[in-house]
Design a protein around this ligand. Structure first.
Ligand code: BG6
Length: 469
């Protein structure tokens, strides 16, 4: 067979990613309202909280300058809804508008393409007090917020992402500080809330196309290739189940505007069929994303669940509680793990790209991929993160393989541009290309240092992905 050697597309968006609450700090300044992340109890006092994070709010100019030095072509960041509309659905805060105006202008000054996530785990606490996503009024609030963003930034922002990892919020919400309904018919309430987010996302995609002729918008779930633990047909069934419940359930609605019938049948058996109002299905159908953005960290391996499975005994990555009875995640002995126990599967990355593209045929944008580890400054103020370089070498190589297998990918924005506070493991779990001098307990001087991986990535970008070194 002839081996193709297609290069990365000419305008490939080599970038990096962050989210507002994990980098900005300045949690209560310039009129910002509280988000659920600001008020979440920090269970472990030895973990960094997000009140300062890495103070990107005050240091964004210097940070963007470093991104420019790295040669980044894009920066994927999120806007904090509570800076724009402090109570979620009331008055617009001009200082919040100004902050992101300045940030976007700074990116444009360096020809870095802004890729904006509208909502990344940080719902307004005021909205949460009124029921959060369980309350249909949050759909209207999200639409209003989106309108403000499109009006203010639509002249410069071409790429919009609606909701970051809706599927992870639904499956693992409590771990990442997102509140899910408890008590009563919990499963039904969770999927009701999920439906409201789906409708909100669809409305915002429609609005974007109406207001901004040249903008492109898409969903941003976390998608994983799913393997069967064995060749037992039961385990293959579990893999199929997980693919549907974890991946396609979310993308089918976002892209095709329909609910996956197998997922719905499962929910019906669990007495968890949520309510859909008359117009909702029409709204879902009207929305047409221009691309699919997705985050990929690892594949998942599953077997058919044991009947006495105790979900509380599973690790974070294995927690799949809302779909008990369908599949049980197990560890994959063929894969190495990160220092934090996450499996590493570059080929799974290629498989994920191929599966999504084959199923939906839309251009793909990678909005997260990366490795969390313990980094430290050596006495020469250098950070030797060879393990991160290896991770990226292997993953970028697989994007190229996917391109040569026929997949259309137009950007790669690994997690993360700069060290930030992890969703639940503090700042000691570092992801950045840029090191920030702080620890979980001490803010220190917050000085920035480029890690070895950032110099390596700079060369990758310069060679448009040809030189992985
Ligand atoms: C993604 C999130 O799920 O994974 C990020 O979008 C998050 O917000 C990243 O930080 C890594 O996960 P963690 O839990 O190690 O921070």
């Amino acid at each position: 067979m002839k081996k193709l050697n297609k290069p990365f597309p000419k305008d490939f968006l080599w970038g990096a990613s962050t989210s507002a609450y994990q980098v900005e700090g300045a949690w209560n300044v310039d009129g910002k309202g509280l988000s659920i992340q600001d008020v979440k109890p920090i269970k472990d006092a030895s973990l960094a909280d997000i009140k300062v994070a890495v103070d990107h709010y005050h240091k964004f100019k210097a940070d963007i300058k470093m991104m420019h030095e790295m040669g980044l072509k894009s920066y994927r960041f999120s806007i904090a809804w509570t800076r724009i509309i402090p109570d979620g659905d009331g008055e617009v805060n001009s200082a919040g508008i100004k902050f992101y105006n300045d940030l976007i202008n700074e990116l444009i000054k360096y020809q870095i393409e802004p890729i904006v996530t509208m909502y990344h785990f940080d719902l307004s606490d005021a909205l949460e007090q009124k029921g959060g996503w369980s309350n249909r009024e949050t759909i209207t609030a999200f639409e209003k917020y989106a309108q403000v963003l499109f009006e203010n930034y639509g002249d410069r922002v071409k790429y919009w992402l609606t909701i970051n990892e809706q599927n992870i919020m639904i499956m693992l919400g409590e771990i990442i500080g997102v509140k899910l309904p408890d008590g009563g018919n919990k499963l039904k309430s969770i999927y009701q809330l999920n439906h409201h987010m789906m409708v909100a996302q669809a409305k915002v995609m429609v609005l974007c196309h109406k207001m901004l002729a040249n903008a492109k918008i898409g969903p941003a779930p976390n998608i994983s290739a799913i393997y069967s633990d064995s060749n037992k047909p039961e385990d293959a069934t579990a893999a199929l189940n997980m693919r549907i419940m974890r991946n396609w359930f979310y993308l089918d609605v976002a892209v095709k505007g329909v609910y996956n019938p197998i997922a719905l049948a499962y929910l019906e058996k669990q007495d968890a069929l949520f309510e859909i109002q008359v117009d909702d299905l029409e709204v879902l159908k009207q929305a047409q994303p221009d691309f699919i953005a997705f985050n990929y960290y690892a594949s998942a391996t599953v077997k058919f669940p044991e009947s006495d499975l105790d979900f509380s005994q599973l690790t974070d990555q294995q927690r799949v509680r809302s779909v008990a009875g369908m599949y049980q995640q197990v560890s994959n002995d063929s894969l190495n793990k990160t220092e934090f126990g996450w499996e590493i599967d570059p080929i799974g990355f290629k498989n994920t790209l191929k599966e999504i593209y084959e199923r939906y045929n839309l251009p793909l944008l990678v909005t997260e991929n990366g490795i969390g580890g313990y980094d430290s400054l050596d006495k020469n103020h250098q950070i030797n993160d060879d393990y991160r370089i290896k991770y990226y070498q292997e993953h970028i190589f697989q994007i190229k393989e996917a391109i040569n297998d026929g997949v259309q990918v137009f950007g790669y924005n690994p997690w993360s541009a700069i060290d930030l506070v992890s969703t639940h493991e503090g700042i000691k779990k570092r992801y950045g290309f840029i090191y920030v001098n702080r620890s979980d307990k001490e803010i220190l001087d917050l000085k920035r240092y480029r890690k070895k991986s950032s110099y390596w990535y700079q060369e990758v970008i310069k060679s448009n992905g040809e030189k992985l070194g």
